[in-house]
Write a protein that binds this ligand. Structure first.
Ligand code: SF4
Length: 265
């Protein structure tokens, strides 16, 4: 199931969530996504990318944030808007955290609270956890937000993949599209196993430019926003990279991806 095809039945909506960081960049910056019942969202990123901050916002670790996190129970119960001071027990009835260690077992065992949640959150899943995650989803019907370093770790179970870098989503699309042709250079690097954990370049300019093999002159001055890119079957994916700006296309990269730039009006 694609998240994009299932806007009805959302159990979790995250909108523009931002968490202050220790330096000049936020730990999490304007992160948004929707999660329908039973869907699996994989969040990939290096340590320090913001993936653990995101799971802490969701699971109630008293992380102050702006933006909204809304739970919509599967049983049509009242909507819950999560805040940093929302008590962990009240949110845990709908949204539960699980240790990645549960995925070590071929047949994972959950607590009653985890089994009855609408959303299960697992931070830092091991590389070979797709089968265990699929078993949990199929058995209990909850949606899952699972983070990992390597997006390939979730092949076969994630419906959509979001890639974090420097606290921001730099790519977000259907998992099958990300497997077939990642757009953002950081996603390409993660698939290639090129990880450094280096801190993002400071503003102005693209935060990824110091590590980017596709860097152009404009990347030193312009901080790209998440933008829609069409994929081969007419669907869309989102990426924050100036390679996909219609004014500065890279024909070789676009030809390799088999995708085209969406005209911006
Ligand atoms: S905007 Fe430029 S530096 Fe940033 S990821 Fe894209 S090509 Fe690389």
């Amino acid at each position: 199931m694609s998240i994009g095809d299932a806007r009805n039945g959302l159990v979790l909506s995250v909108r523009q969530v931002t968490v202050a960081g220790g330096g000049d960049r936020p730990a999490l910056c304007e992160v948004s996504f929707d999660l329908p019942a039973g869907a699996v969202l994989g969040v990939a990123g290096e340590p320090g990318s913001g993936r653990s901050t995101l799971t802490r916002v969701l699971t109630g670790d008293h992380v102050e944030h702006t933006g909204t996190v809304t739970l919509r129970p599967r049983d049509d119960g009242p909507e819950i808007v999560l805040r940093a001071d929302t008590p962990r027990p009240s949110r845990a009835e709908r949204l539960a955290a699980a240790s990645p260690r549960v995925l070590d077992a071929a047949d994972p065992v959950l607590t009653p609270r985890q089994r009855h949640a609408d959303v299960l959150v697992i931070d830092d899943a091991p590389a070979s956890s797709a089968a265990a995650l699929a078993r949990l989803r199929d058995r209990y019907g909850f949606a899952i937000v699972v983070t990992c370093t390597d997006p390939a770790a979730l092949r076969g179970v994630a419906d959509e993949v979001a890639v974090l870098y420097g606290g921001r989503i730099v790519e977000h699309g259907r998992a099958e599209d990300v497997w077939a042709g990642p757009h953002h250079p950081h996603t390409i690097d993660l698939f290639a196993g090129a990880r450094s954990g280096a801190t993002p370049a400071s503003e102005p300019g693209c935060p990824y430019r110091a590590r980017c093999a596709y860097r152009m002159g404009v990347c030193d001055d312009t901080d790209p926003a998440l933008d829609l890119v069409t994929v081969g079957d007419g669907g869309t994916t989102m990426t924050a990279c100036l390679q996909y700006d219609r004014d500065v296309p890279d024909p070789a990269l676009l030809a390799a991806s088999g995708r085209v730039v969406v005209p911006q009006g």
